[in-house]
Design a protein around this ligand. Structure first.
Ligand SMILES: *Cc1c(COP(=O)(O)O)cnc(C)c1O
Length: 425
């Protein structure tokens, strides 16, 4: 085998072996189901389909069109809305399409501040700023880890943004959208909800239902709490055809040419699985997050929003100032094969030395773990982060816990025929 090819295959093999004995707890990740994964290898990934089914710029789309129509229908059914666009190739691309559709350079958008958990795609130095959008941040209630409702209503009424944006990457509690309805009306703004992290919980009937609570458009990643391929989605329940046309044109030709048909097909499988298993899955994710937070708290780790039940989502935020800071703790945990990320806390002043660690339960839940395992996980985390035990020793116990939880749950079982059909011999 070519040396470079061998090198790359070796690294991927080693990555697989490593993750198979690890606790993956990055709040933005998940594992795709076997049936969905199989589609990522299909010939769909070699093809082009620009535009919409039936109006393509290329020939050869007879079956990709059928799939796209079905995936769109599944998305509309799952999210109970009139419009779904499964072509976005990532959450950030979906957000860029919102900027293209609804904003011009110089327009004002109100949004959550980065230090309060927002994503770079809505920040001044990210996609929003690069589109020329001026962002004004909401006041934030650190105790509740949520935007301050009264202050936010006042701000929106005062600055009358073109778009009021919501959603975070540290997203612990539902956004009080209903409470802001009057402010939206008075400002005459569009309401955009970035559901990247929580879209799987929303689809599972947990968290909140933004399209029923005043959001005109919702975007999301499809690989965080929705356990699908790395891809994006855009949804709207608007009956305004002009509005939907603007969204469609912003997606293509705005931010996309081809839209990764293999991922779109895989997303269809994920949506079908979520229709079947999403409620049970979302419920267990949130239960696990609460159980993990409580157990970590009992081990002496400061978990944010303690007075409000720590979380209502898949994610929890830890303040590890006392344990040496986010960089140290997340690096030590990684040596024990517990994979998390350091994260800015609302009161952090240095983005390079954040005092937080963000943790998500969606992937461990996907692997079949429940509250009892969350307590075990908390003990393992505390042995590294609080007691300062040798991470190498803890890693052995991480591996033995993980051994019992190595299959993907909340998905259809592939039959032998369908599985591995297009893998070349
Ligand atoms: C993850 C995330 C995104 C971007 O998603 P990608 O699919 O990685 O591009 C956008 N917004 C928020 C709030 C996110 O957390």
């Amino acid at each position: 085998m070519d040396e470079n090819v061998r090198f790359i295959y070796d690294q991927v093999d080693r990555h697989h072996a490593w993750f198979a004995k690890s606790l993956p707890m990055i709040a933005s990740e998940n594992v795709i189901s076997p049936l969905a994964r199989e589609l990522l290898l299909s010939d769909f990934g070699d093809r082009y389909a620009e535009g919409l089914p039936g109006e393509r710029y290329y020939q050869g789309n007879a079956y990709t069109d059928e799939v796209e129509i079905r995936v769109t229908e599944l998305a509309k059914a799952l999210f109970r809305c009139r419009h779904a666009d499964p072509r976005l190739i990532s959450g950030t691309t979906a957000n860029m399409a919102v900027y293209f559709a609804l904003m011009e350079p110089g327009d004002i958008m109100t949004s959550v501040a980065l230090s309060h958990g927002a994503h770079i795609s809505s920040a001044k130095f990210g996609a929003a700023g690069m589109r020329g959008v001026n962002t004004v941040n909401y006041p934030f209630d650190v105790d509740r880890m949520n935007i301050d409702v009264d202050g936010t209503a006042k701000l929106i009424t005062l600055v009358k943004p073109k778009v009021a944006a919501f959603g975070q990457s540290v997203f612990l509690f539902p956004t009080p959208l209903t409470e802001l309805r009057d402010a939206f009306q008075e400002a005459g703004c569009h309401v955009w909800y970035d559901a990247a992290h929580v879209i799987g919980l929303i689809a599972g009937g947990k968290f909140q239902d933004p399209l029923r609570e005043g959001a005109d458009v919702m975007t999301g990643s499809t690989h965080k709490t929705l356990p699908g391929p790395q891809h994006g989605i855009m949804l709207s329940d608007s009956a305004d055809e002009k509005f939907i046309k603007r969204l469609l044109r912003a997606v293509f030709p705005g931010v996309l040419s081809n839209h990764h048909l293999h991922a779109m097909a895989a997303l269809g499988v994920t949506l079908a699985e979520h229709i079947e298993f999403g409620r049970a899955y979302a419920d267990q994710i949130v239960r696990n997050a609460k159980a993990l937070a409580q157990a970590l708290h009992e081990h002496g780790i400061k978990v944010l929003a303690e007075r409000h039940g720590f979380t209502a989502s898949h994610a929890i935020a830890l303040d590890v100032t006392a344990q040496g800071g986010g960089a140290k703790v997340s690096a030590d945990l990684e040596k024990a094969n517990i994979v998390t990320n350091k994260n800015l806390l609302p009161w952090d002043t240095s983005p390079v030395k954040p005092n937080g660690v963000r943790v998500g339960t969606q992937e461990l839940t996907r692997l079949g773990m429940r509250e009892a395992q969350m307590r075990e996980v908390a003990t393992l985390v505390a042995r590294v982060a609080v007691k300062g035990e040798d991470p190498g020793k803890v890693a052995a116990e991480v591996a033995s816990l993980r051994k019992e939880f190595n299959t993907v749950h909340f998905c259809f079982t592939p039959d032998a025929e369908a599985h591995k059909r297009w893998r070349m011999a």
